[in-house]
Ligand binder design. Structure first.
Ligand code: HEM
Length: 628
């Protein structure tokens, strides 16, 4: 009996002991302090790790994320410290759940305001909410559906001009400045969609013509911004206390020619948008007057109503003016706010879409098999759609499949094209990080605990008010816990269920439409849920996901500041690819790949910008298609 009680007593003691040890361990996880968060050593007493990041780009961030985990601290410029965060739960808190506690830095907002005026990237709080409310619907799927056919002539023109260059060489591969063509096409595409204006005829004898100031300004905007990146925090701080007038007056005297060029670009964009605004207002007035006149002559009313709706459906500026005129007074945007959006869209939309397009064509030039699969998918979709249309309209005229224009839902429902687009954005995000500042003391919970300098396992990170935070899109998109051990490999098939339409040998397997499930998930993400479990084809592993607006990838951001133009970018890039790939074949110029390889200091993702050159282009042949 005594032995039994002794045993019970010993077991209770053992249990208590274990409980105390367990509590101690879990307490230790919560004990880590902000100062204890680990990170790479400082490279420079004044510039911090700025130089390392600039020179080693993608690899610098990825290497440190592998070493220190999904939260690490680094020495920023001017003796400041900042956190780089790529943990999914932490990002959910920063961008969605606790978004009011993490805002873009005041200095960044005032700097953007100085450059672009009161557009989306320059404001916060209620004004930002007001602008998103009126601007969001302009980028809806139905508006994109209306814009798509209106923009097809831009894409056709580029293809015709490239084809003309190819044809001069009797169908043999010819080296063409594809990045140059893509950037011209993107400017024209965004300008027509955004303001209803054309700035470039996209003729092939462009080299002999002087590009318009507008085209020059858009092209130089981001490179100049990047060149001046080191000085931006200083400019922004000064700008906080000066009006644009005084800042302009003082900036003229600064010994910084790049800064003067940047001011020139901004003035050109502003003047151009102002002219476009006046013209679009005049168009709408005319349409109203025509409509009013037609009311008194009721027979022609429908026709004129149609004309008005046509204008309304085309460019974003007109749609915005129309939406503004019907909005409640408190929700309307001022002319200054409307103008600021145009420069903002050009700044945010031009390089990002052009770089992505460049990257996709470069990847396809490296991988002929993938290029042939994609072209096969495009041909099949166009042929099927042409047959469907012919049956519907009882039309038996023979239209060549290459010139068939796919409607929006078919274009975005092509599984392999969708997968290539997702995988390119995952691996080569044109924006690699976005920044926020903690507005109050807070605790950031982590999905993947980190080890502090003193060896503590931290499940949460205490963040003092004022801490700058870099959200690492790159770190998130390459996180092996989410994407698997092959996270560093370019594998579009990860976005297709069970290996996609083709297995690795190019043989046919199951086919599915991944897009619908994913788009539903996107809507979910934009409304702030952290769903536990990803739909098939979302690309992510093990039911964990990031709070990105676009599937589990963070490339378009997430939450209330997520990219407003993501559907526009998706439409532009897929429309360009479908049009170009139908008739043209792309490959690397003979020695390009080896020169890229030899110029690389370390292994890692291969960027089109490292190569940044021409591609060999020829007309397609039958063996350039892999068809189901
Ligand atoms: C592949 C193309 C694109 C990528 C990867 C991209 C990426 C991003 C990212 C990551 C953000 C979030 C910034 C933050 O949270 O601080 C953002 C915001 C934004 N993007 Fe994009 N973008 C693209 C194309 C476009 C296009 C075509 C437009 C306009 C037509 C556009 C307009 C904007 C605007 C206005 C914002 C600011 C939104 C706000 O603060 O409310 N973007 N973009």
């Amino acid at each position: 009996m005594v032995t039994m009680w002794l045993q019970v007593f010993t077991n209770i003691l053992l249990g208590l002991g274990l409980y105390v040890i367990f509590r101690k361990l879990t307490d230790m996880e919560a004990e880590g302090s902000y100062g204890d968060v680990d990170g790479p050593p400082n490279d420079h007493w004044f510039a911090g790790i700025f130089g390392g990041r600039l020179h080693n780009g993608l690899n610098y961030i990825l290497r440190n994320t592998e070493i220190f985990g999904t939260v690490w601290k680094y020495a920023a410029r001017y003796w400041a410290e900042a956190l780089i965060v790529s943990d999914p739960l932490a990002l959910h808190y920063i961008l969605i759940k606790d978004q009011d506690s993490f805002e873009v830095a005041d200095a960044v907002l005032s700097g953007n305001s100085l450059a672009f005026g009161p557009g989306l990237i320059s404001i916060a709080g209620d004004q930002h909410r007001k602008q998103r409310k009126i601007l969001g619907p302009l980028f809806s799927m139905s508006n994109m559906q209306d814009l798509l056919p209106a923009l097809q002539p831009v894409v056709d023109k580029v293809r015709a001009s490239i084809t003309a260059q190819v044809s001069q060489h009797g169908g043999q591969p010819v080296e063409i400045d594809i990045p140059g063509w893509l950037s011209r096409a993107s400017i024209e595409y965004i300008a027509q969609a955004g303001m209803g204006q054309s700035f470039d005829l996209l003729d092939s004898d462009y080299k002999t013509q002087d590009p318009s100031d507008f085209v020059k300004a858009v092209k130089q905007l981001r490179p100049l911004h990047q060149k001046l990146a080191f000085f931006q925090p200083i400019f922004r701080l000064i700008a906080r206390y000066l009006s644009p007038y005084w800042w302009d007056a003082i900036a003229k005297w600064l010994p910084l020619p790049d800064h003067r060029k940047l001011r020139w670009c901004i003035n050109v964009l502003h003047t151009t948008s102002k002219k476009a605004l006046l013209q679009r207002k005049a168009d709408i007035k005319l349409a109203h007057e025509t409509r009013a006149r037609s009311r008194s002559r009721s027979r022609s009313r429908d026709k004129n109503e149609e004309q008005f709706l046509k204008i309304r459906g085309k460019d974003i500026m007109t749609s915005l003016l129309v939406a503004n005129s019907t909005a409640h007074e408190a929700e309307r945007l001022s002319d200054g706010e409307i103008l600021a959006q145009m420069s903002t869209f050009l700044f945010a939309g031009f390089d990002t879409t052009t770089d992505t397009l460049n990257q996709i064509l470069y990847t396809l030039a490296l991988d002929d098999h993938l290029q042939a699969r994609l072209r096969g998918e495009i041909r099949k979709a166009k042929q099927e759609y042409a047959t469907f249309q012919a049956e519907l309209e009882e039309d038996d005229s023979d239209v060549s499949w290459e010139n068939v224009e796919l409607p929006y839902d078919v274009l975005l429902g092509l599984p392999l094209l969708d997968a290539v687009f997702h995988e390119t954005l995952r691996m080569y995000p044109p924006v690699t990080e976005i920044t926020r500042v903690a507005q109050e003391d807070t605790n950031l919970p982590l999905q993947f605990p980190i080890h502090s300098k003193s060896g503590i396992r931290m499940k949460t990170v205490p963040i003092p008010k004022g801490t700058p935070i870099s959200i690492s899109i790159l770190g998130a998109n390459y996180n092996k816990d989410i994407w698997g051990d092959d996270a560093y490999d370019f594998k579009p098939d990860r976005w297709l269920t069970d290996g996609g339409e083709f297995n690795r040998n190019g043989e046919k397997t199951h086919k599915r439409r991944a897009s619908r499930a994913r788009k539903m998930q996107d809507d979910d993400a934009s409304h702030g849920s952290m769903r536990n479990g990803s739909p098939p084809g979302s690309g992510a592993q093990g039911g964990m996901k990031y709070p990105g607006i676009y599937s589990s990838i963070m490339s378009f951001g997430g939450g209330n500041r997520a990219c407003i133009g993501f559907r526009f970018a998706e439409m532009q890039i897929t429309q360009m690819l479908v049009t170009l790939l139908s008739t043209l074949h792309f490959s690397l110029p003979y020695d390009a790949e080896s020169s890229v390889k030899s110029s690389r200091s370390s292994s890692g993702p291969r960027l089109a910008t490292e190569f940044n050159g021409s591609l060999n282009v020829r007309l397609v042949r039958e063996d350039d298609f892999i068809t189901l």
